[in-house]
Design a protein around this ligand. Structure first.
Ligand code: UVW
Length: 311
């Protein structure tokens, strides 16, 4: 008898797998669901032109407090002092930044998390190497696809609280309750924006709670719902994305594993939905044109992003 451990999430991953669905060479997974028709329909949701910022600022005051992801270090490489005295009076400035691509509002590429030696669509772990980076499933392949219909599900508002409780597991029932309360339905190709209220800890200056949990987020149960709805991408307003710590003993981020590796789902973290939630509560409209292309950095396993909702 084999004593090899059976991981419940990896069994689920086999059932939910999208490998091969868009071809053997596909590198963008569920972002294939953002078709030209979908984008054209989403553009019609920009009815008034009102823009709502969904991203954090990238600066030294960001959420990172040590470890391998650093807040942006911004350096001026050229300022008007360097151009002083040019005959025609021209002045100019240039700058550079060093930062973790996952240090604040960000997308995880399909090369970010896998298991069993593979990333999404059978890409071997050796495709991501020191020096070379992600030679397959890089964020650069996904970047242009992150414009679609956005839908906000404001979970704490529906439950009548400021923020979801510590370690609350977001279930399919939670999402369907929010759809009913908001009068909106999540459709194929959408970017689902999940508000937990957790970002308030960052606004209050509690970076430890914001960045280390115990965070609310999706658990394994809701992954079937993500697949059934054919969601293109999911963004959330906390760091972990998933319920953290997990209840899956011996695993760290099992929802990441199945969402990214098996579903081929692009997930976003540390989005800011406070202003969007207030706006949606005021006008009763929970759908919008979502624009969230990140940076086309070759061979990257994630990307910073400055997303905007347009109503
Ligand atoms: C976690 O590490 C929890 O998330 P990510 O690596 O996707 O930022």
């Amino acid at each position: 008898m084999s004593d090899e451990k059976t991981w419940p999430h990896q069994e689920l991953g086999k059932k939910l797998s999208n490998w091969g669905r868009w071809g053997a060479d596909d590198e963008i997974g569920t972002l294939n669901l953002v078709t030209p028709e979908k984008v054209a329909a989403a553009a019609k949701l920009a009815r008034t032109g009102k823009r709502i910022d969904l991203g954090m600022s990238f600066d030294k005051n960001g959420p990172q407090d040590g470890g391998f992801r650093i807040n942006p270090v911004h350096t001026m490489t050229w300022t008007p002092l360097d151009t002083a005295g040019l005959p025609d009076g021209m002045i100019s400035a240039d700058d550079m930044v060093v930062m973790g691509l996952q240090c604040a509002t960000q997308w995880d590429a399909l090369s970010h998390v896998g298991y069993g030696g593979f990333f999404y669509n059978g890409v071997p772990s050796t495709a991501v190497r020191p020096g070379a980076g992600a030679t397959r499933n890089s964020f650069a392949a996904a970047n242009g696809h992150l414009i679609s219909r956005g839908v906000l599900l404001d979970l704490p508002a529906v439950k009548g609280v400021d923020r979801l409780p510590d370690s609350h597991e977001i279930t399919s029932t939670d999402l369907e309750e929010a759809e009913a309360a908001h009068g909106v339905t999540v459709e194929p190709g959408d970017v689902l924006c999940l508000r937990t209220g957790w970002y308030q800890y960052f606004l209050e200056g509690d970076k430890t709670k914001f960045g280390r949990g115990p965070e609310p987020g999706p658990g394994l149960e809701v992954l079937q719902w993500f697949k059934d709805r054919d969601i293109a991408a999911i963004a959330i307003d906390n760091w972990a994305f998933e319920r953290y710590p997990t209840v899956v003993e011996g695993s760290v981020i099992p929802v990441h594993q199945i969402a990214i590796r098996d579903l081929g789902l692009t997930i976003g973290e540390m989005f800011t939905f406070e202003d969007l939630a207030a706006d949606c509560a005021a006008d009763g409209v929970y759908e919008f044109l979502f624009t969230g292309t990140g940076l086309k950095i070759s061979n990257s396993v994630g990307s910073p992003v400055s997303p905007i909702a347009i109503k």
